[in-house]
Design a protein around this ligand. Structure first.
Ligand code: IMP
Length: 429
């Protein structure tokens, strides 16, 4: 039997590209949808049939009956937030317990990890990362230092393991003089979350995936955050704490590199970033405000204003290289409908030096732009590429040529229906 493949769908800039909607559209083509990195710092918004859902830890394939969804070993999970997210879906009529398996190797985010996240950020002062405050960094740090708790730990002697780790955290917090907090209520809810998680299938998901692939089943790996937030390849230290790139699919799910098929790179027709850190294309003027307003660019998890700017080809090309992107998906094209001119960053400049390669330290670089004419047309009702205005076609061709990668899907609005396939995608049909 022909072995199945793992296709990856990845945000390839700073996240928030709209992965949730695309995964949801793709799900019918796959047998399994799996999350491989990150945790409740993600917020995948899905809108269909007039209902809006924000998924944080749960894969976007959950709406599709008959699909297996997996939270892989590379993820971190907060039991209380997971319970809230899952119960909302259950209340909306989705049967999670039969369709969602959680890796025993995924790490648990404790309430004290969240306090540590805040404490470390406070200690950084002006250099703070601007984290989501969900305890992501401290949990992954603890994974690396081999002191963390994993989902499998809840199956035996859990209270004792929890108490030991919590005591260690409290000691660190005391050393940091960060003692003005009360997690009593949070902890109660968290423990309820632990009990709730016991009702799920906590499994060796890498083995399940291995068997599924051997049986010819296909898997969609749903990314979180984006390449520029990758712990190794992003704008360190202003990054998240996991490998968000395609390499992270292998380690975060336990699948072999030669099982990877298509790598879909998802980006917006412009750029956004939440949190601190270098962002050479950032616009501080009314154009940036206009993009934010039209694009509703406010964080799905934290509600923060997203920083906005034009498309950054330096970052895009770098991400395509790192991830081995085979197809690009351009989101939120309709946000640019009213602009006379659309700018594209083609290089960075600093101290008389111009580069088209992503520099080690992106701080202080200025964007060099090329200008293209806007299409000044409402794209939101369009249903096929044939209806696209010439300027949009030119914008697409410009990006394809610059990146040597085809754009196979163009999104023109938040609904599932506003997703236009440009060419017959012959994968997994
Ligand atoms: P953390 O992942 O909460 O530690 O945050 C680290 C950095 O990644 C911060 O700049 C966050 O704003 C950013 N970040 C984390 N998750 C997301 C996401 O899902 N979308 C966009 N940015 C994110």
């Amino acid at each position: 039997m022909k072995k199945g493949k793992v296709d990856a769908l990845l945000g390839i800039v700073f996240g928030d590209e709209g992965k949730g909607k695309v995964v949801d559209c793709f799900t019918p083509r796959y047998d399994v949808v799996a999350r491989f990195a990150g945790g409740p710092n993600a917020g995948h918004t899905i809108i269909f049939e007039g209902k809006k859902f924000v998924l944080r830890s749960i894969p976007s394939g959950i709406f599709d009956e008959g699909k297996l969804n997996i939270i892989g070993n590379g993820c971190v999970i907060a039991p209380d937030l997971f319970m809230q997210e899952a119960q909302e879906l259950e209340a909306a009529g989705y049967d999670l317990k039969s369709r969602l398996h959680i890796s025993k190797r995924a790490h648990l985010i404790l309430p004290t990890h969240r306090v540590l996240d805040r404490a470390y950020e406070a200690a950084k002062g002006k250099n703070k990362v601007g984290t989501t405050g969900k305890g992501i960094g401290p949990t992954y740090s603890e994974k690396a230092s081999r002191t963390g708790l994993r989902v499998g730990d809840i199956l035996a002697d859990f209270q004792q393991k929890y108490a030991t780790l919590k005591a260690r955290h409290m000691q660190v917090l005391q050393d940091l003089h960060y003692t003005d907090f009360d997690i009593t209520e949070e902890e109660k809810l968290w423990m309820q979350g632990i009990e709730y998680m016991r009702e799920f299938q906590l499994t060796d998901t890498e083995i399940e995936l291995g068997k599924a692939l051997a049986e010819g089943k296909n898997v969609l790996a749903e990314g979180a955050q984006g390449t520029m937030l990758d712990i190794d390849h992003g704008t360190y230290p202003f990054v998240s704490s996991s490998n968000t790139v395609s390499g992270g699919v292998c380690t975060g799910l336990g699948v072999a590199p030669n099982s990877i098929g298509e790598v879909f790179g998802i980006f917006k027709a412009y750029s956004t970033r939440v949190g601190s850190g270098p962002f050479p294309v950032e616009l501080f003027d009314e154009t940036g405000d206009k993009i934010r307003e039209i694009g509703h660019e406010y964080g799905a998890v934290t509600g923060r204003n997203r920083r906005c700017g034009w498309l950054d080809l330096v970052a895009l090309k770098y991400a395509i290289m790192i991830n081995g992107v085979t197809q690009l998906i351009m989101m939120k094209s309709d946000v640019l409908d009213t602009f006379d001119t659309i700018r594209v960053c083609v290089a960075y400049q600093k101290d008389g030096v111009t580069t088209t390669d992503m520099p080690y330290d992106t701080e202080g670089w200025q964007a060099v732009y090329e200008d293209l004419p806007g299409w000044k047309t409402d794209l939101t009702q369009m249903t096929s590429e044939a209806q696209f205005p010439q300027q949009l076609k030119d914008y697409i061709t410009y990006i394809e040529k610059a990146t040597s990668t085809p754009i196979t899907i163009v999104s023109v609005g938040p609904d599932r229906a506003q997703t236009i396939e440009r060419m017959a995608l012959d994968f997994r049909l």
